[in-house]
Write a protein that binds this ligand. Structure first.
Ligand code: UDP
Length: 242
């Protein structure tokens, strides 16, 4: 877990997307993991995902407020949340401005279709190289297609950790591309699911809104967050003792 925190992006959203733009311009291959406490707990308990989080190939950004607060408790100057939804929105803007290309994999077919419609209307200069829903069986075959398409941005929305495992498995086959595991972002950006009202986001209570909207998340949320907090407290004690 310590190793994850040492990698977490500290400088906030604007700087981060500035860096992504530069990377897009020089075609530097990039793999972004958006982390909430649950992501880090899955890493701590799953060997292959632990390897992915620790790898030099990946960047970790603090998507959840729990990750920002935990980092601050550990005396790391992490400025603010850098959320998956906002990264995707910014990437759409950049791709549109630059006339660059996109491939999307994940979410339900109707969600993806709605999102494609929105892209067509609002970001007409994006070259959409392909889009496949997340319920087709052979996702490795989709990656064969993505390798051939050489898109500038690849968004994978299958949930944690499957989306990262799949990207990681195929990552070395690419020479360029910004790869992001984006969880439920397609649901939000297609208009299918609402993001929390601004009020909740400002007060750092987006997590609460999500739980109230989707009570099936409570158990998952509770288990991983309670474990996360005790892990952070232990790490903090160790830091203070040293
Ligand atoms: N999903 C998918 N295929 C699957 C399981 C999930 O495409 O087999 C999609 C789902 O439709 C949703 C996203 O993956 O769009 C996961 O969203 P969630 O909010 O659960 O993500 P997380 O909380 O894991 O970031």
């Amino acid at each position: 877990m310590k190793a994850y925190f040492q990698k977490i992006y500290q400088d906030g959203f604007e700087r981060f997307v500035g860096e992504l733009e530069q990377r897009m311009d020089i075609e530097e291959k990039t793999f972004v993991i958006t982390a909430n406490p649950e992501t880090l707990m899955i890493g701590a308990e799953t060997a292959d995902f632990d390897e992915i989080l620790k790898s030099d190939k990946t960047m970790i950004v603090p998507d959840g407020i729990g990750v920002v607060k935990a980092a601050q408790m550990l005396n790391l100057p992490v400025k603010e949340r850098v959320t998956g939804v906002e990264i995707v929105q910014k990437l759409f803007e950049l791709l549109n401005e630059k006339g660059r290309s996109l491939y999307m994999l994940g979410a339900k077919k109707e969600v993806l279709d709605k999102l494609l419609e929105r892209i067509d209307k609002e970001y007409p200069n994006i070259q959409v190289k392909g889009a496949k829903d997340g319920y087709i069986k052979n996702k490795d075959a989709v990656f064969d297609e993505i390798v051939d398409a050489k898109p500038d941005v690849v968004l994978v929305a299958l949930g944690i950790p499957v989306q990262e495992q799949l990207i990681y498995k195929h990552y070395d086959r690419f020479d360029k591309g910004i790869f992001v595991g984006v969880g439920g972002s397609f649901d939000v950006l297609s208009g299918t699911k609402k993001r929390a009202p601004e009020f909740f986001i400002k007060l750092n209570l987006e997590w609460l809104y999500r739980i109230v909207k989707e009570p099936k998340r409570i158990k998952r949320f509770y288990v991983s967050n309670v474990k996360f907090i005790s892990k952070i407290q232990r790490m903090k004690r160790e830091t203070n003792e040293n």
